[in-house]
Design a protein around this ligand. Structure first.
Ligand code: TYD
Length: 232
């Protein structure tokens, strides 16, 4: 399950997910700029990272050169980074009524560690429910990209691949399939887009979905002041 049954917080939580090289960071930034221009308080953030300790954990888990990193260790580092991120940044911003836009969240752990590393989607989901105290996004934007296109985009300009990115094509093929499967289990909570579309077209589709979610959230706040149901 990718959305909480209930998120009694006034803000809106949007996550970007997808394979490496899908263009998530670019689209997250464009969305944040558009929402700020419309007068919203926006926290634009990323995982792993988003807090001082999270950025240290990011280095540990993504850089080469720390010796062997087992799958469980890897899952726990991502979850630890996420716990700090939710506690120190995301939840406070949502409590203030802001819009949080994060580049990756729990979906990445379910897919990369649960499926890619073979730890099991359910086990990794449960670990992350605990780490975040059950905070799920209201809307997840999945930018779908196939492994060949993703690899050619991320290595353009000789950019070095991190520990996860440098996994073989089969790993990234499984990651892509698992993201699509996850989205199918909660269609109402996902916007799935073909990452090969023009960046401007993608940005328009994303802003339109987020604007609808914001309107639904405002209507829910008006209908039930003091108790806000999460979007499905
Ligand atoms: P990302 O920040 O998207 O990479 P970059 O900014 O270098 O483009 O993500 C870093 C890598 O971490 C990516 O390969 C996916 C992986 N990852 C996981 O395996 N599990 C997780 O929970 C998260 C958040 C990321």
């Amino acid at each position: 399950m990718i959305s909480s049954a209930e998120t009694p917080l006034p803000g809106l939580f949007v996550a970007f997910e997808g394979g490496d090289g899908a263009g998530k960071s670019t689209q997250a930034r464009i969305l944040a700029d558009s929402l700020r221009a419309a007068g919203h308080e926006v926290l634009l953030t990323r995982e792993p990272g988003g807090t001082p300790i999270g950025e240290k954990l990011r280095g540990l888990v993504l850089e080469h050169g720390h010796g062997e990193v087992g799958a469980r260790t890897e899952a726990l580092i991502f979850a630890a980074s996420r716990a700090a991120h939710v506690e120190q940044s995301i939840r406070p911003a949502l409590e203030r009524g802001g819009v949080v836009v994060t580049d990756r969240y729990i979906g990445s752990s379910i897919v990369y560690q649960g499926v890619g590393r073979g730890l099991g989607a359910d086990a990794v989901r449960d670990l992350n429910v605990w780490a975040t105290d059950g905070l799920w996004p209201d809307l997840t934007v999945l930018l779908d990209v196939d492994e060949a296109e993703g690899r050619s985009r991320r290595t353009a300009g000789d950019a070095a691949e991190d520990r996860l990115e440098s996994e073989p094509d089969e790993f990234h093929r499984d990651v892509r399939a698992a993201f699509l499967e996850l989205a199918e289990t909660r269609p109402g909570a996902y916007l799935v887009l073909d990452a090969r579309q023009e960046p401007g077209e993608l940005a328009e589709a994303i802003l339109s979905a987020v604007t609808s979610a914001l309107e639904a959230r405002s209507a829910a706040v008006r209908a039930h002041p003091g108790r806000v149901e999460a979007r499905p």
